[in-house]
Design a protein around this ligand. Structure first.
Ligand SMILES: CC(C)(COP(=O)(O)OP(=O)(O)OC[C@H]1O[C@@H](n2cnc3c(N)ncnc32)[C@H](O)[C@@H]1OP(=O)(O)O)[C@@H](O)C(=O)NCCC(=O)NCCS
Length: 152
């Protein structure tokens, strides 16, 4: 499939809420996860607040939001600068396979670099072959496994 003739990756801003909602919902559906509206509103406000150590990027093609990602900047005990964690990445199903995901990851790397981050990293499920085929071309899998324990 050809790449989008013109794809613009821009920081998400408050006026993008209506376009972002269905993509965020699609992402939550992908993970079979429901979030209360209160958390969705909170996340959206944080993504748009320059004082928050997180941000969002949107990929636009022909005036339509076709992909989005969110990242979080945080301190590290291993570095002077911050690390940039790419927490969410989603391309709308009809727009897939045309470089949107790749463009969003590259733009996140740039946003992280500008914010002083020394490293960009992210995780995915071992069984997410589609995502991994893209990630294997953009980064190295260092072999670490993720453990989780709910605290609330
Ligand atoms: C994973 C996901 C974000 C990838 O998005 P995408 O926009 O399709 O990604 P890209 O188009 O950049 O890359 C995907 C495929 O297109 C290919 N591609 C990339 N640039 C391309 C280009 N210029 N021309 C043609 N194909 C291209 C990639 O090589 C890859 O091919 P492959 O899967 O056949 O090996 C998307 O599939 C998605 O949203 N999945 C559901 C949610 C999800 O899994 N999110 C990630 C959780 S960690």
């Amino acid at each position: 499939m050809p790449t989008h003739s013109s794809l613009d990756v821009l920081p998400l801003s408050s006026g993008d809420r209506d376009a972002w909602d269905p993509l965020w919902q699609g992402y939550l559906d992908f993970y079979d996860h429901a979030l209360p509206t209160r958390i969705i509103d909170l996340t959206w406000n944080r993504l748009c607040d320059p004082a928050e150590p997180m941000g969002g990027l949107g990929a636009w093609a022909d005036g339509k939001l076709v992909g989005m990602c969110h990242y979080v900047l945080h301190r590290s005990t291993w570095a002077e600068g911050t690390y940039c964690y790419l927490e969410d990445l989603f391309t709308s199903p009809p727009a897939r396979g045309r470089g949107v995901g790749r463009a969003l990851i590259e733009a996140t790397a740039e946003a992280g670099r500008k914010a002083g981050a020394e490293k960009l990293y992210w995780q995915t499920h071992a069984g997410n072959a589609t995502a991994r085929s893209l990630y294997d071309r953009l980064a190295r899998h260092e072999g670490f496994l993720v453990y989780e324990r709910p605290l609330v």
